[in-house]
Design a protein around this ligand. Structure first.
Ligand code: SF4
Length: 375
């Protein structure tokens, strides 16, 4: 069923009201929802394809992700995650010093569960530093790990001891930060302990001069430093205001994350044109478009940094790879929708947006028309 945009808009307006009243959608109504999501996705992907065609030196990482620039600068953490022996998440810090509208924990930043005094959550289990030798001696160690979970620099002095353990075991390590609390001393301590890669969310502070300066400080001592930030129009604009300084700060890569919206941060973007990627992540259509425009610019101007398309497609591929590394069955994936039910109201803006018309439309079959009783 290639539903027409006007029919989709009528149905979604009704479904949004039903969902607000607490009603569940029936199977035929869900067929209409899924047909609409497919039509929107096809339209969005058509625009993405056109943008990709405008990047002459677009490169592919084994068909799993796209980038432009020198492969040698491609972030090792991403290569490990997408093509290596897998990436294990390490969690420690449950607090952040700022609040970003795009944060996946927006609205509940103060309520993140603690990992435990002296404990680290590694691959879902909890360990003290002194348990690591036991863990390494029994389980197959990962090729790479990343420190995730809010802002590690809130208590950065506890990190070097664990970083040293992983470093001595030969595990590649990267860490995410908003960059606001970086000092020459703390990044030196991380580098001495063996941290391989630091990724700075420059969008968290709107490319503040202080954080760009901190990025320069980190790039002077940590082997691989880059930007990882969700692509938003605000970041795109600020980046261009400070482009020269950012590109000459000593960084090696820019991971352009496609912003995706979970039930926490959707409230900040629900008037934007949204689409759902393979019935998984919900994103503003402009996020990956900005990435592809930036990649075209990097390619045209031969930037010294790699620009990596960390899109929903990349996350989709990443999960297939991780499941394969775990020895899972063919087709196994955990890439999925983050909502209990598809939030129909959130698609009303894209259904009215002039830039996202449907490529092909058909009349609704009998049994699916607004004049029919549809369950
Ligand atoms: S800096 Fe990171 S953890 Fe902190 S609010 Fe922003 S996105 Fe969330």
């Amino acid at each position: 069923m290639k539903i027409a945009r006007k029919d989709a808009l009528m149905w979604f307006s009704l479904f949004a009201q039903m969902q607000e009243a607490g009603e569940e959608l029936g199977p035929r109504q869900m067929e209409i929802v899924l047909s609409t999501l497919a039509q929107i996705e096809t339209s969005v992907e058509h625009r993405q394809r056109e943008l990709k065609q405008a990047i002459p030196h677009l490169q592919s990482l084994q068909g799993r992700s796209l980038y432009v620039g020198d492969r040698a600068q491609f972030p090792g953490g991403c290569a490990g995650c997408l093509t290596g022996s897998g990436l294990t998440a390490v969690r420690k810090t449950n607090k952040c010093n700022i609040s970003c509208p795009f944060c996946y924990n927006f609205g509940e930043l103060d309520q993140q569960p603690p990992v435990g005094e002296g404990m680290w959550e590694i691959g879902g289990g909890r360990y003290r530093v002194e348990d690591m030798d036991l863990l390494f001696s029994i389980q197959k160690k990962p090729g790479s790990i990343c420190y995730v979970y809010l802002e590690p620099f809130m208590e950065i002095d506890v990190y070097p001891e664990m970083i040293r353990k992983f470093h001595d075991a030969g595990v590649y390590q990267h860490m995410y930060t908003n960059g606001t609390l970086i000092t020459a001393d703390n990044v030196r301590a991380l580098a001495d302990a063996g941290l391989d890669e630091l990724r700075i969310n420059l969008g968290a502070t709107g490319c503040s001069d202080r954080v760009i300066g901190n990025m320069e400080t980190a790039a002077a001592v940590i082997p691989h430093v880059g930007i990882e930030t969700p692509m938003t129009p605000e970041f795109y604009e600020k980046f261009h205001e400070k482009k020269d300084r950012i590109l000459s700060s000593g960084i090696q890569f820019m991971n352009c994350a496609e912003l995706h919206l979970n039930p926490n941060n959707l409230v900040n973007y629900d008037t934007e044109p949204l689409y759902m990627s393979r019935l998984g992540y919900l994103s503003p259509a402009w996020s990956r478009e900005l990435t592809l425009k930036l990649m075209a610019e990097a390619d045209r101007e031969s930037w010294s940094v790699v620009v990596h398309d960390c899109s929903n497609r990349t996350k989709f591929a990443r999960d297939l790879h991780l499941r394969a590394m775990e020895g899972s069955w063919f087709g196994s994936t955990t890439y999925a929708c983050e909502y209990d039910q598809i939030p129909c109201y959130a698609f009303l803006p894209i259904l009215q947006h002039p830039s996202y018309s449907f490529l092909e439309e058909e009349e609704l079959p009998v049994g699916y028309r607004l004049t029919d009783i549809v369950y």
